[in-house]
Ligand binder design. Sequence first.
Ligand SMILES: [Zn+2]
Length: 230
Amino acid sequence: MSAVSAAELLDAWEAGWDRDPLRRGLTLLATARRTTPAAVAEVPVARRDRALLDFRAALFGTVIDAVSRCPRCETEVEVVFDQRELTVAAGETRDMVTVRDGHREVCVRMPTSADLAAVLDAGVPAPEEALVRRCAPAGEPVPSAALVAETWVAADPLVDPQVGVGCPGCGTSWEEPFDIVAYLWAELDAWGRRTLLEVHELARAYGWTEAQTLALSPWRRQCYLGMAGT
Ligand SMILES: [Zn+2]
């Protein structure tokens, strides 16, 4: 598959800007796979996130540069790591896991975006339990939500990726959750705003349309912006 174009990325940005994080994740995955969000709703979220990490690597590289806050002294700590550390540890996502609940074994599905959407949209008071009920076989006693969540994470750390952080001020160590959808969305948002500004400047200087400007490589666009004196 050829690389996603600047025009396709702008379409994704526009489609997701007023959506919740779950729908943004689906929009991003649909863009990466050149399909519709509905067509990827049944993909397990850990597999979605692995695909989004690959998508991000092609767009923006593999270095993550984020900020965390020390839970003890509240110092802001820069967190820089290579996202490949997450995928190397994670391996492949399965569709099902076996939960050992006392003497019995229960086959439970890995949660998908459709499962999360159903639970979140229903606004139930105990969403974790509702999610596990959806993914467990019908007509059998359902294992506890904590046990199932533990099994999901053990099967694939991308279900809930954590990054180790240390505070240079007081020496405290903690684990920070990493959310690829939020991180990639923030990057896409910054890129979209920058790109529209470039389209605007080049339209003003040369009268080019958005499509004409987006068809240029980023490098050539920068050359024209330089010559236009913007
Ligand atoms: Zn600290």
